[in-house]
Design a protein around this ligand. Structure first.
Ligand code: ZN
Length: 476
């Protein structure tokens, strides 16, 4: 057993703590193993490659993936055979369109045929996702490969805003902190040097304790779900609490970061607020860089297509399109032309950082994060970017739609909330929603998070008609 595995094991006596602490104190080179470092060192170089060289690399990876899928994955063998295709028939990105999309529904129905036959069970790691899309998915990663490669990509991304291995992170994500119910709402991970705090106990009574603990910890970075760090930032703003001086950046992930959240976080935390787009399916990864908040699509991670509402590839600046992804880092359950149901906005710009990557102006979030008006217009949650004073007297909010042209705005009030706020909110929201929407405001005591601790700003019960997604519409 490797030292890493040993350190990961939960031994039933206090020695485990000692081992973890010793291991955590070792230089980063001793952590994470070969696959991590190989990927990390490769990315350091490849990020500065020319467009031609990156494309050449992508074609090579694609070729490797397609041959593997054809040889070892029964579902793909069938897909090729039905079309009278061989992997050799796919020579470039255009040829890839000869293969059909992989939808969430196909994965649900064909999982056993999607597992590569050359991977023994012991090398498969089962993963589930889909809480926020409403379509639960289960699939496999390569054990001890997919997650280590992912970590190398993520560290590479974070290094754009100054992160170094061994830095101290405050983690405010969906982690369950077991001792939280007994009043200790944090735990320390000596391996990663993370202070993990519970996103489920952020009440006005407990938040002063959170802030005290964070000050004592002196984090270099904050890793957070945007919704969770927003609660902390709102509290700090309302109570005139100073930012944490050691924090270099707030690293957001796992939920869409809306621009009103970015504004609030920058105002309160007085540091860079940075975000990336990725998913458990490990097929696409895109992130902001040193200079820009545009999402840079990582070509070393996979091949990404942006498919517009008309079924064609997006080519116009500002065009919203679905992200369709082919991942290079998981051969256990290959995802080829996978329809993510996530929307990105195409950009033809080049970034001053010098990376020759495809850019997305922003991520629009998931298809379910669109509101449908009476006339069939789709309004993205990113477009409902209200000035933050509209929310001043609101603790939490959530949109809910189950009828076309009507939306309910659920509000958890603060003590300072009055009838004036209702009028103000209505006026501001109607400006964004337009005349073909009916808005109703309802008051609730509490809005729950999803099972994974994420927060949904819109519960959308209607089928969203976008592009060629008819196959999964019945799932809504
Ligand atoms: Zn850039």
């Amino acid at each position: 057993m490797s030292l890493r595995e040993l350190a990961k094991r939960r031994l039933p006596y206090p020695a485990k703590q000692g081992l973890k602490y010793i291991y955590g104190a070792m230089p980063p080179r001793f952590h994470y193993g070969k696959i991590f470092w190989k990927t990390y060192d490769f990315l350091k170089e490849s990020q500065w490659w020319s467009r031609e060289k990156l494309e050449e690399y992508q074609i090579q990876q694609l070729e490797k993936l397609l041959h593997h899928a054809y040889k070892n994955v029964p579902y793909y063998r069938r897909v090729f055979d039905e079309r009278d295709l061989k992997p050799e028939n796919i020579q470039d990105f255009g040829d890839l369109r000869k293969l059909p999309y992989l939808t969430k529904e196909i994965i649900q129905e064909n999982l056993s045929d999607l597992i590569a036959r050359n991977y023994p069970k012991s090398r498969l790691q089962y993963v589930t996702t889909g809480g926020s899309t409403g379509i639960p998915l289960g699939f496999y990663w390569e054990r001890d490969v997919t997650d280590l490669k992912e970590w190398a990509f993520v560290i590479t991304l974070w290094s754009r805003v100054g992160f170094e291995l061994g830095n101290r992170c405050l983690v405010l994500r969906g982690n369950i902190v077991r001792s939280a119910n007994k009043g200790k709402f944090w735990e320390y991970d000596p391996l990663k040097k993370d202070l993990i705090i519970s996103a489920y106990h952020m009440t006005d009574e407990l938040l002063p304790n959170y802030i005290m603990k964070i000050r004592e910890f002196r984090p270099d970075f904050i890793q957070a779900y945007p919704s969770a760090i927003t609660i902390l930032a709102r509290f700090m703003k309302d109570n005139d609490i100073k930012p944490f001086p050691t924090v270099k950046a707030v690293l957001c992930a796992s939920e869409n970061l809306y621009s009103w959240q970015r504004e609030l976080l920058e105002e309160v935390m007085k540091c860079r607020v940075w975000s990336f787009y990725g998913h458990a399916e490990r097929a696409a990864l895109a992130a902001e860089c040193e200079y820009s908040t545009y999402y840079h699509v990582f070509p070393e991670y996979g091949y990404l297509e942006l498919i517009g509402n008309d079924g064609n590839e997006a080519t116009k600046d500002g065009e919203t399109a679905e992200i369709v992804a082919t991942g290079f880092n998981n051969f256990a359950t290959p995802f080829i032309r996978y329809k993510t149901m996530d929307l990105g906005v195409f950009s033809s710009k080049k970034c001053q950082c010098g990376r020759q990557y495809q850019l997305l102006e922003r991520i629009e979030g998931r298809l379910q994060e669109l509101i449908v008006t009476r006339t069939g217009r789709l309004i993205s949650m990113t477009a409902i970017n209200m000035h933050s004073d509209v929310f001043d007297n609101i603790k939490q909010f959530q949109f809910y739609q189950d009828k076309k042209g009507e939306v309910i705005f659920n509000v958890v009030k603060k003590n300072t909330y009055t009838g004036k706020d209702t009028e103000y909110i209505k006026r501001e929201l109607y400006k964004k929603l337009g005349d073909d929407m009916k808005l109703e405001i309802r008051f609730l005591d509490h809005i729950p998070r999803t099972k994974s601790g994420k927060y949904r700003f819109l519960i959308q019960k209607l089928p969203i008609e976008f592009g060629e997604n008819d196959k999964f519409r019945k799932n809504f």
